[in-house]
Design a protein around this ligand. Sequence first.
Ligand SMILES: [Zn+2]
Ligand SMILES: [Zn+2]
Length: 399
Amino acid sequence: MNRADGRPTEAERFLIVYGPELASYSFGPEHPLQADRYVLTMSLLSSLGWLNATEIEFEAPRFATLSELMSVHSYPYIQAVQQGQAISRGERPPADLTFYGLGTSDDPLFPNMHDAAALYTGATIQGMHAVVEERAIHAYSPAGGQHHAQRARASGFCIYNDSAAAITIALQAGMRVAYVDFDAHHGDGVQDAFYDDPRVLTISIHESGQFLFPGTGDTAEMGKGDGRGACLNIPLPAFTGDEGILSAFDRVIGPALRAWAPDIMLTQMGVDAHHTDPLTHLNATISVFPKLAVRLHELVHEVCSGRWLIVGGGGYDPWNVTPRAWTAFIGTVLGRPVTDVRLPEEWLRASRAAGGDPPAFLLHDPGPEYIPLETQDFAPVLEEVEETALAELLAHIRT
Ligand SMILES: [Zn+2]
Ligand SMILES: [Zn+2]
């Protein structure tokens, strides 16, 4: 898949769907979700010179159409989002939209909410089209990954479910899809959208719902009806670190994907499992993300001819951690060595100007306060998943 120097070949067309207008998805300066997480990721990848390769192509995002949004969301909900946008712009009188999860503390109204959410959704759909139609082998939608959005309700900072809309595109092309979600929060919206659909395998590895929003993602959630066995959850105990995440990949996620053999894979690469993330209690270091990139990249070439769409997700230290974690992940997919990479001075200045204080090297991690708290508690969870959800998945493949 790669040439001798480790860089992808010219045939490995890698599409990035991105534009600065995606930063207009903003719940305001006090909200945990900040567009800086992908703005600073793109500027870091660029300032390292990693985007100057012939195999990398760019497309500006377009808005998802109404029919694309309606493949996932109810029409009254879409109307409510548009109403919320108009209210926030002062074009309509105030109204209570909390029935739709809008105007809440997690998802407050903002002046561009429908347009910006339709734009990140369009970006992810574009990436999926490119991979399905083989205009690119891998595609990346940095602003996507809004996995909590439900059919008729905003949830957890997410308005439209871009991954679910993109999966629908692949299904229409007759493909079986594997969705793998590394965000520290359970990928509930995508799981719910395809819970009874045998053509979509959803895998979510996350901090247990006993401790963290949205509270779902138990091992017992394995799909229903025809979709039984095509849903797998790995709820990690709080303080699980790199060892637990990589063990879960090697023992459960890799074997599940190899057995299920999708035609295309979508990876939600939330990086809020990092130990300094202010919203979660997992204990990953930056170094786990390039290790996951190596495993996933090998796997997509092995099981689905390389067809791979990568989207963003959570990450709530948007200046110090999230851009470095994503740059280490994407850089590894692009075949760049990521160890001992000094961060460019121009990027450090931009991060500090935004409010950060990042270390000087890409993978440098431990702050002075960092004490590895990895416990072995994850082992019983992995055993349980092997004996229940993984066994269920394998049984359905064999029948
Ligand atoms: Zn590749
Ligand atoms: Zn998250």
